[in-house]
Design a protein around this ligand. Structure first.
Ligand SMILES: *Cc1c(COP(=O)(O)O)cnc(C)c1O
Length: 424
């Protein structure tokens, strides 16, 4: 597989390099040079999820990674069930992984790929988290031989449950409670990546969210969604994606480019609505980011948007084919209540996708909205808004009783440097 840098098409790299490097020159995103449609999609839809996903990723990535199917099986150790909500609407549940969010698919596949392409090189993943990314990274790399993970987070500033989720693992996952704010943790990480000597000594890698391997993994669950629909409902499918950095919807559009039949994609956001406003007016005009109930979408400058535009350009599609819409927090709560009245408990992100979908459905369409997180992940808000007591999934309930294994550190780079070198 070859990829090019969107900012400088002359920079061409292999899949392995794109995975290891993350970004190209001038912070440019990598994009697949060739998205040939898959020959027999109908037949492919008959395969089981993991086998089909192996075939899809083999089609995209080619023969660069010998045991790709094995990596896919390791990464996709949980399903993506499609749940019927009413006659016209289905929820694609992407939250059955270890950290209860769709990011488990991309994170786990990236971890497997990174392990495969690094071969015997030393790799240290260093990341700062204000809660969720840390958990996804920790679980994705847990027990992968030869990879050390160090996660910094602001002591006392993340929720108890969040902390329990990734600070109780041990083994190759080290977590550090920094006695400072999230920004200080980020500054420490940045300093480490600027330290060439350290970078080389421990094979520093950020495993961050713009890595192409994540997007490619996410392509697979769009095929899975259609495979679970009754055949009579596979015409005129409209898919609504709750969007923040726009990685998830990019993956859906890539699935369409590969030949999956989707009538329309719908962009759903909260008050951070740069893209819906852009699609309505043609003007790119980000406002300052505001905090909302759907906080994983509190992004006003989505970093994957250039990939969406590139794909439309390459395929000759028009942006006006995209549906769009946004909900403020009051509307989000109403959407949650509306779904609850239909017997479906949904957290804020998925509920936004549901409601915006309704505004974009036509007679005879089948709607699918992506449920990106488990309702228990947003338990406090879900319980309060719906007046229920949402139970924790078993795996998380067990984890909540384990002791914390974090080290504590002052926000001092010399200390962090020594800490990182100690195990290298
Ligand atoms: C990350 C996230 C999103 C947004 O996904 P993007 O790929 O950044 O658009 C939506 N919902 C949840 C729960 C998330 O964690």
């Amino acid at each position: 597989m070859q990829l090019y840098n969107i900012k400088d098409h002359s920079e061409k790299v292999s899949f392995a390099t794109a995975v290891k490097q993350g970004l190209g020159r001038e912070q440019g995103l990598f994009f697949p040079a060739n998205l040939t449609p898959i020959d027999d999609v109908d037949n492919l839809l008959k395969c089981p999820f993991v086998e089909r996903s192996g075939k899809i990723l083999r089609h995209i990535i080619g023969d660069e990674i010998e045991n790709l199917e094995e990596l896919v099986a390791n990464a996709f150790a949980f399903g993506a069930p499609l749940s019927k909500v009413d006659e016209h609407n289905y929820a694609l549940e992407l939250f059955h992984g270890p950290t209860l969010a769709f990011k488990d698919f991309g994170g786990r596949f990236m971890a497997q790929c990174l392990k495969a392409v690094a071969k015997d090189d030393k790799v240290t993943i260093l990341t700062a988290t204000s809660g969720d990314t840390g958990a996804a990274v920790a679980h994705a790399f847990y027990e992968l031989p030869g990879i050390e993970v160090v996660i910094l987070y602001p002591k006392g500033k993340i929720s108890n449950l969040q902390e329990k989720l990734f600070c109780t693992l041990g083994k190759n996952i080290r977590t550090v409670a920094v006695t400072a704010a999230f920004d200080d943790c980020q500054a420490l990480v940045k300093e480490a990546f600027d330290d060439e000597e350290l970078k080389k000594a421990i094979g520093l890698n950020s495993a961050n969210s713009i890595n192409i391997s994540r997007l490619l993994a996410q392509v697979c669950y769009y095929f899975e969604a259609i495979a679970q629909l009754p055949e009579a409902k596979r015409e005129n499918v409209v898919i609504s994606v709750p969007s923040g950095n726009f990685g998830d919807i990019t993956a859906g559009l890539i699935a369409k480019a590969l030949g999956l039949k989707i009538k329309k994609f719908v962009v759903a956001t909260n008050d951070n609505d740069t893209v819906p406003r852009y699609l309505a007016t043609g003007k790119w005009d980000p406002n300052p980011t505001v905090a909302t109930l759907s906080n994983a979408m509190d992004v006003s400058k989505p970093n994957n948007w250039p990939r969406v535009e590139e794909l439309f350009k390459v395929k000759g599609w028009e942006l006006k084919e995209l549906g769009y819409g946004k909900l403020n927090d009051d509307e989000t709560m109403n959407a949650m209540r509306e779904l609850h009245a239909k017997g479906y408990v949904c957290e804020p992100h998925g509920s936004i996708a549901y409601k915006v979908l309704q505004d974009n459905l036509e007679e005879g369409d089948t709607g699918i909205f992506l449920c990106t997180a488990h309702p228990a992940k947003f338990k406090e808000n879900v319980d309060r808004i719906l007046n229920i007591d949402e139970p924790l999934p078993q795996a998380l309930a067990t984890r909540a009783n384990l002791p914390l294994l974090s080290d504590e550190m002052a926000p001092d780079f010399a200390k962090l440097r020594a800490y990182l070198l100690e195990r290298a």
